[in-house]
Write a protein that binds this ligand. Structure first.
Ligand SMILES: O=C(O)C(=O)C[C@]1(C(=O)O)C=C[C@@H](O)C=C1
Length: 95
């Protein structure tokens, strides 16, 4: 059974439903890019961690993490800090 544009988008007019459909396509494309960038970040972070561990250091570098948290907070506010913490967890696991 097929759904109507209104059911898919929550809009009450065809114009609004069309706009939402187009904008959702852009969001899906952006999310694909964001996911790709996160995966790229994870790979680069793994190279750094591996080099540090192989040299006898620790996986985690808290001073660097503080810089990153501050950067995301300055750009995006408090939720930016949460986003940075999630990114760091994806990149180095839980500490
Ligand atoms: O910049 C580093 O030294 C890294 O190891 C990368 C990274 C990160 O993913 O941003 C990961 C772990 C460290 O605790 C700090 C930062």
């Amino acid at each position: 059974m097929s759904t109507t544009a209104a059911e898919r988008t929550g809009a009450r007019t065809d114009d609004a439903a069309a706009l939402i459909g187009d904008a959702r396509e852009r969001i899906d494309a952006l999310d694909d890019r964001i996911i790709g960038l996160v995966q790229e970040r994870m790979a680069v972070s793994a190279v750094i961690q591996e080099a540090r561990i192989t040299s006898g250091g620790r996986r985690v570098n808290l001073a660097r993490e503080m810089e990153i948290l501050g950067r995301y907070r300055d750009a995006l506010g408090k939720p930016g800090t949460s986003l940075a913490m999630t990114l760091l967890e994806l990149c180095r696991g839980r500490v």
